[in-house]
Design a protein around this ligand. Sequence first.
Ligand SMILES: *[C@@H]1O[C@H](CO)[C@@H](O)[C@H](O)[C@H]1NC(C)=O
Ligand SMILES: *[C@@H]1O[C@H](CO)[C@@H](O)[C@H](O)[C@H]1NC(C)=O
Ligand SMILES: *[C@@H]1O[C@H](CO)[C@@H](O)[C@H](O)[C@H]1NC(C)=O
Ligand SMILES: *[C@@H]1O[C@H](CO)[C@@H](O)[C@H](O)[C@H]1NC(C)=O
Ligand SMILES: *[C@@H]1O[C@H](CO)[C@@H](O)[C@H](O)[C@H]1NC(C)=O
Ligand SMILES: *[C@@H]1O[C@H](CO)[C@@H](O)[C@H](O)[C@H]1NC(C)=O
Length: 450
Amino acid sequence: MPPPPTTTFLLFLLLIFQLLLAGGVSSQDTDLESDCTDRWIHIRHLPPQFNLDLLANCSEYPLFDNFCPYISNHGLGQKTHNSSHSWYRTDPFMLELIFHRRMLEYPCLTPDPNLATAVFVPYYAGLDSLKYLFGPEVNSSFRHGLDLFEYITNVDNPSIWNKNLGHDHFLVMARPAWDFSQPLSNNPPIFGSSFLELPEFFNITALTLEARAYSWQEQAIPYPTSFHPPNLAFYESWVNRVKKSKRTTLMLFAGGGGISSNPNVRRSIRLECENVTSMSTNGTGYAKFCDFVDCSNGICEHDPIKFMKPMLQSSFCLQPPGDTPTRRSTFDGFLAGCIPVFFEEISAKKQYGWHLPEEKYEEFSVFIQKEDVVFKGVKIMDVLMSIPRAEIRRKREKVLEMLPRVMYRKHGSSLGLRSKKDAFDIAIEGTLQRIKSRTEEIAAQHYVLE
Ligand SMILES: *[C@@H]1O[C@H](CO)[C@@H](O)[C@H](O)[C@H]1NC(C)=O
Ligand SMILES: *[C@@H]1O[C@H](CO)[C@@H](O)[C@H](O)[C@H]1NC(C)=O
Ligand SMILES: *[C@@H]1O[C@H](CO)[C@@H](O)[C@H](O)[C@H]1NC(C)=O
Ligand SMILES: *[C@@H]1O[C@H](CO)[C@@H](O)[C@H](O)[C@H]1NC(C)=O
Ligand SMILES: *[C@@H]1O[C@H](CO)[C@@H](O)[C@H](O)[C@H]1NC(C)=O
Ligand SMILES: *[C@@H]1O[C@H](CO)[C@@H](O)[C@H](O)[C@H]1NC(C)=O
């Protein structure tokens, strides 16, 4: 028996249903770019087993976490304080809910799939994968997605899929793509579902938190952070705080790991950080060379205050790879105006091309090859101390310029704030462009063949 639904959950359902019945959130009066040419999106109707029902089992995956508290506020989670307007205890895996809610207020929705450039599938893929990743169906992970495929190609109006054979369909899968890329030949399965390995889904566009190095279907979009301002005033007051913040620490690492004796970049960072704290900062303009925010055992995950305050005081934020090359912390750092230091190109540069264009990395970040740090004795502090003050200032200005692009503003936010393209807007733009060129390419091929 599923547990009794919580009040929050019931309220959530009610809200979503109201929105669905109303056919989306009315946005006629707030539509900025009223020209919807090539921007029409149709949302596929899915029965609740593919989205809302999955929330009812939020406490059923002990190996994952009880994610019931993170569902509130349409996936933003609970506010950090009762009086807070912009800060939430956001869990990045809730991006499927956050995205769905934002989709409902997208200004160019159409009930007619034939008019649509793209078709959104409101499936909570990551939440549905939990039963294969951590639940009773770990040994049938090749089944992940087959029910969905049957529904959208056979049960529900098949002409919607057949119009472009799925090339115009897209969905959000709020986990690294690796979690959905288990080869179908693994028997018994090792870890992960095989959703992205199924030929059935080769044509769709999947928005994931991290893409594989060689991917076809998926595109990485930013991890949600904890900052979701509801209007321009709250956004600007935060940005002003970031601009004014005194950067008394040279570099910061917020994370865990690196405690084993095997050489790896997290271990090198830990050792260097311990080492430099005893050195004199006299005359350098910094009070501290290195700040280590210990986030072991997930203690920072739903507590943004733990790392945001130190990030505000630091010039550089170190973003080493961990279990996976990408980190939510990269985006937390952006919000704090903390210049990212990357150690692998696949940590961000080769991932978030829509949101953080590859050619801009030199302007807003620092790159140090991880092998140089681990094996060649390069000291991160020496690299960072050699960067002139004026260049640090320019880099920070660029980080601030990029900030809106990696934040997810709150649903239903004010008109003023909607004028800034946020992570959602840019994800939609990228998706529409990709789908348009893909469907045009296919149409051209048919033309040539005929
Ligand atoms: C919820 O969990 C119960 C028990 O684990 C299971 O029987 C049921 O199918 C699950 N529901 C969904 C929608 O996954
Ligand atoms: C926050 O609000 C909730 C519900 O209104 C209340 O129960 C709780 O005591 C409040 N907490 C604080 C710290 O004010
Ligand atoms: C999955 O398969 C493995 C190996 O065949 C087996 O040991 C394990 O008990 C199975 N797990 C479940 C949940 O059925
Ligand atoms: C994917 O598209 C190709 C043509 O581009 C088509 O041959 C194939 O049948 C499509 N797959 C599905 C599952 O619709
Ligand atoms: C720590 O400092 C000592 C002395 O300056 C130096 O020899 C050593 O290489 C440093 N270790 C690390 C990991 O930075
Ligand atoms: C710091 O440097 C100044 C001169 O540059 C010197 O007067 C002062 O004693 C130094 N302080 C410490 C704590 O070393």
